[in-house]
Design a protein around this ligand. Structure first.
Ligand SMILES: [Zn+2]
Length: 278
């Protein structure tokens, strides 16, 4: 599933073709059912003539500022947003779920093979978004703020990093990567972390996400950049592994271990990330 770096990459790429454009309407090739939060005809009527004033990201959500309302997109597993001239076909059109024609002859399209993606129209993002923790790359998210949040929490670090109300935007890939960089075991308990370990984790989270953005995201599974190119981050993963990928730890050469933590497959180096002592 796309995480913060993948969604941020999409947002940055989509700004240029979308900012200052006007959405003419919304066309659904098939009944959208649960994909949108309004009846299809009402959704199309509400978005007709809407100016795209801004495009930003919160956690794993794309947020289009349409002036008096906002369009919020969650890509989930296989969602993909792309902009093309209206007459131009694309391989991703096979799973096309909605087209938004724009005022310059192009259109924003959303394809989604698995149909888990969600698109919401609302007056304000807060009406739709679940409780979300701080943005880990924001300047306001300081080491002191992170340590203070950490002190209030208990339980395995892997689980905590995946909790969007604790910290926003991290999923399975970047949680495993951050813990490897920090040399912390995924089952290490938050309440047993020293401040020095907490500081390592803080910097590791920002490093893992920052590198992911610099490499245009990790094309594991379906994720592609809006122009269809793959990201590069999958080639540099330290600990996260897909099935059949037996690359050892790039730091020490030890085979990577896989365990389950809270239903999620979790990957770590048993040498660089030793098990907690208790
Ligand atoms: Zn190692």
């Amino acid at each position: 599933m796309p995480e913060l770096p993948e969604v941020e990459t999409a947002v940055r790429a989509l700004r240029e073709p979308l900012l200052a454009r006007t959405i003419l309407t919304a066309h659904f090739p098939e009944p959208p059912r649960r994909m949108i939060n309004l009846p299809a005809d009402r959704f199309a009527a509400c978005i007709s003539g809407a100016p795209i004033r801004g495009l930003s990201r919160r956690a794993k959500y794309l947020i289009f500022d349409l002036g008096t309302q906002c369009l919020i997109v969650h890509l989930k597993m296989t969602g993909h947003l792309y902009v093309l001239p209206s007459e131009q076909a694309d391989p991703m059109d096979r799973w096309l779920r909605v087209r938004f024609p724009l005022d310059n002859g192009t259109e924003l399209r959303f394809s989604d093979a698995r149909r888990f993606g969600r698109i919401y129209l609302a007056e304000r993002p807060e009406a739709i978004l679940p409780p979300l923790g701080p943005e880990p790359l924001d300047a306001a998210f300081t080491l002191d703020a992170f340590i203070a949040r950490l002190h209030k929490r208990k339980g395995a670090l892997k689980r905590l990093l995946l909790d969007q109300a604790f910290i926003a935007g991290i999923g399975n890939i970047y949680a495993d990567e951050a813990l490897h960089i920090a040399k912390l075991h995924p089952l290490q308990r938050a309440e047993r972390l020293s401040d020095a370990e907490g500081e390592r984790l803080y910097h590791a989270i920002r490093q893992a996400l920052g590198e992911g953005i610099a490499r245009m995201g990790a094309s594991i599974g379906w994720y592609r950049q809006p122009d269809g190119r793959r990201g590069e981050a999958q080639h540099y993963l330290r600990a996260y592994r897909t099935r059949g990928d037996s690359r050892p730890c790039p730091v020490c050469g030890t085979p990577i271990c896989t365990i389950r933590v809270g239903q999620r497959s979790t990957h770590f180096c048993p040498s660089c990330q030793p098990a907690p002592s208790d």
